[in-house]
Design a protein around this ligand. Structure first.
Ligand SMILES: C[S@@+](CC[C@H](N)C(=O)[O-])C[C@H]1O[C@@H](n2cnc3c(N)ncnc32)[C@H](O)[C@@H]1O
Length: 464
């Protein structure tokens, strides 16, 4: 099922000398690269990166790219100026589901990679040959992720790549002049390589002009690694000169010391997205969450695990009609996509899940009658139905956390022991790191819920 690297696929770009001076190329194309900026191998799992070889003050521009350097998806509305083979790219890109946007731009990358004399050769030849994204993991490593929402996505992407490559095999009947990949068969490995190159390196810039909304490959800028506390950011360059050449620039957000790695924030991404699209995870990621499908039976199990007896309320799996009405308002009464709820993230517990449990634990509808749904979805004394109801909600959430935690096949200690094995393959390491971050996240949420419970009990004791 996993796809294999693009080994068999030859590219025109590979004919270029292995070591291309990307900085020199950017400058030759009319861009600016600060003289103290160097491309280095970070010596860690981060791969290549950019470093400052001198101190630099905050607000300094370190890279500017002219408009012609970024590689966007060809615009089908400009069909008149596109080469016929590029028009074919636009056409096949339309068959790619929206959620796999990286594959669309990946087709353009493969197109350029196959063209002799492509403008982007110097850039493409510098791209990594392999990626640590889970579409390239072995079946064992995919299973070892041990987290259904992600393994499901990985398998879906692998299936798509295999199916799409057999669809693209039909392009073989096209005459070579209009064949988008210069007559070559694009296998699932080549497609996976391109999708990975794009998902891990393209940027979606939301600038002030409407031309900046689509994803683009940004040569050199894409050598910057990620940090949630970045020291640089990308800006649209509004001070264009008469030739309208500068387009995007990277500007320092802080004073840089000599030796600092230049980092950008790739966005408020969960570890799921970081793993799927970039092939790495961040321990203690503040944007990470555990995804669950809301289900009355699951809530009922959580209640039982928490040791809570049923008071006057019906089982959570068959709530009273007034409860169903409120759950419907939350979008949690019918099955479907909208039933995704989460634990973790800045709010710790998904507001809809919190509100649903407050509703399910209410013994009658009276205390809820005057309650707005938004209020039920927030933490705080004013959002509680009653302190007794809140205690039950918090305990049920702890039960839910325990269920989630126990679903993992290994313990935190076992994962830590595995990671201490220096001979562990990189992809196996990433899979274990991923599931470990999820478990630690559940532990953090549980600790925080227990603290809320203690605080609530302390307040209750004060008023008794
Ligand atoms: C936009 S590229 C950055 C340049 C890249 N390091 C290279 O070798 O070309 C994004 C990739 O860099 C690596 N990376 C970036 N930030 C990272 C981080 N904070 N931790 C681990 N790997 C990171 C991941 O492999 C990711 O897919």
């Amino acid at each position: 099922m996993p796809v294999h690297g693009a080994r068999r696929w030859s590219s025109a770009a590979s004919a270029v000398a292995a070591s291309v001076d990307l900085r020199g190329w950017v400058k030759n194309q009319g861009g600016f690269v600060w003289s103290g900026l160097h491309v280095v191998h970070s010596g860690s799992s981060h791969g290549m990166g950019l470093v400052a070889t001198q101190d630099l003050p905050q607000g300094s521009t370190i890279i500017t790219l002219p408009r012609r350097i970024p590689m966007p998806m060809p615009d089908p509305e400009n069909a008149a100026v596109l080469a016929p083979s590029e028009g074919v790219i636009c056409e096949i890109a339309n068959r790619v589901p929206e959620e796999l946007w990286a594959m669309r731009l990946g087709l353009k990358l493969l197109y350029e990679r196959a063209q002799k004399g492509s403008y982007w050769w110097p850039y493409i030849s510098m791209l990594p040959h392999s990626f640590t994204l889970p579409i390239f993991f072995s079946g064992v490593d995919i299973e070892s992720i041990d987290y259904a929402p992600v393994t499901h996505q990985v398998k879906k992407r692998c299936r798509f790549l295999l199916q799409f490559s057999s669809e693209l095999a039909k392009l073989e009947s096209l005459p070579e002049e209009i064949h988008p990949f210069a007559g070559q068969f694009v296998d699932s490995g080549a497609l996976g390589w391109a999708m990975a190159a794009v998902s891990s390196r393209a940027f979606r810039i939301h600038g002030v002009t409407n031309k900046l909304c689509s994803a683009m490959m940004l040569p050199l800028i894409d050598m910057c690694n990620h940090s949630f506390q970045p020291n640089a950011h990308i800006e649209e360059d509004l001070s264009r000169d008469a030739q309208d050449v500068s387009f995007l620039k990277v500007v320092t957000k802080r004073n840089l010391e000599k030796g600092s790695a230049i980092t950008l924030n790739y966005g408020p991404l969960s570890n799921d997205l970081l793993l799927l699209d970039y092939g790495f995870v961040i321990p203690d990621n503040p944007h990470d969450r555990i995804e669950l499908r809301y289900d009355g039976s699951l809530m009922e199990n959580a209640r039982m695990i928490a040791g809570l007896s049923r008071t006057g309320s019906p089982p959570f799996s068959s709530p009273a009609s007034w409860q169903v009405d409120r759950l419907k308002q939350l979008g949690l009464a019918d099955s479907g996509e909208s039933q995704k709820v989460t634990l973790g993230g800045p709010e710790e517990v998904d507001g809809r899940l919190l509100a649903a449990l407050r509703i399910l634990h209410a013994e009658s509808q009276e205390p809820l009658e005057r309650r707005e749904l938004v209020s039920l979805q927030a933490w705080g004394v004013e959002s509680m139905v009653s302190s007794d109801n809140e205690e039950r909600v918090l305990r049920t959430l702890c039960g839910l956390g325990a269920i989630v935690f126990n679903q993992f096949k290994t313990t935190i200690e076992e994962d830590e022991a595995k990671l201490s094995d220096k001979s562990l393959a990189e992809t196996s390491r990433i899979a274990v790191q991923f599931r470990l971050t999820k478990k630690r996240l559940v532990v953090r949420v549980l600790e925080s819920l227990k603290k809320r419970l203690m605080d609530l009990r302390a307040v209750r004791a004060e008023f008794q």
